[in-house]
Ligand binder design. Sequence first.
Ligand code: GUN
Length: 293
Amino acid sequence: MNYELIDGKATAAKIKEEIAEEVKQIVANGGKRPHLAAVLVGHDGGSETYVKNKVIACEACGFTSTLIRFEDDVTEEQLLAKVKELNEDDDIDGYIVQLPLPKHIDEQKIIMAIDYRKDVDGFHPINVGRMAIGLPCFISATPLGILTLLHRYGIETSGKKCVILGRSNIVGKPMAQLMMQKQYGDSTVTVCHSHSATLKQECREADIIIAAIGQPNFVTADMVKDGAVVIDVGTTRVPDATKKSGFRLNGDVKFDEVAPKCSFITPVPGGVGPMTICSLMKNTLAAGKKEYY
Ligand code: GUN
């Protein structure tokens, strides 16, 4: 089959341009420039990179951004105090607390303290609950990025069988909720995970596979039917001496053998990854416009 590569990098760049254009109009009409704050604790390499890229994306979109740093030994009380301050700061439209946090801090407690109206990550239980019943809300970045790719590539999801691999709070669970809902996916959804006895069988029957299981090369050609749409959310870092960074990102899908069977497939890198940051920008724009709350 002649597959079409879903170009997340180009799509994300286009969306950021569209956002920048809208921000220009807002500012020209006397409106406020959207303002995103990011809280970063410690010096984890991955988190540093993600947050740096979020700040760069803010600049590209014409947003104001503020980076707030804490050392690893910050107390839960100090972090909660900052969250309270950000909740009360009228200039901040939305903010994120980069995860993971150090072990001595209760992540859920921090997330619960974020004002859901500024929760552009869509992690607060109010946003998760509103999403589950189809109310306006911030949808978390990776699921929103996947929905945007499916939509922009004109991929029919209504009535299709969608198999989601993985049940994480950040990807698998929200993706299942969204794909089953009429206004987003309208698909017939099956969620499989590491203990699903019929995983391979389910995949073979799927029109759409969304792989978010975190195991490199997990999805092989024998698991994919001809003409399927395959979305690869995997981003496992594997050592690679040929790369400047010393590692490369490996997807959950064995791309070379799976791609020829697909109608559409996302690469890693350059597929879902770039869409997550641009989805955060979309949410920040919505927060600035008070679109949901
Ligand atoms: N860590 C990994 N991905 C994310 C994300 O989307 N948001 C936050 N806050 N932390 C993360």
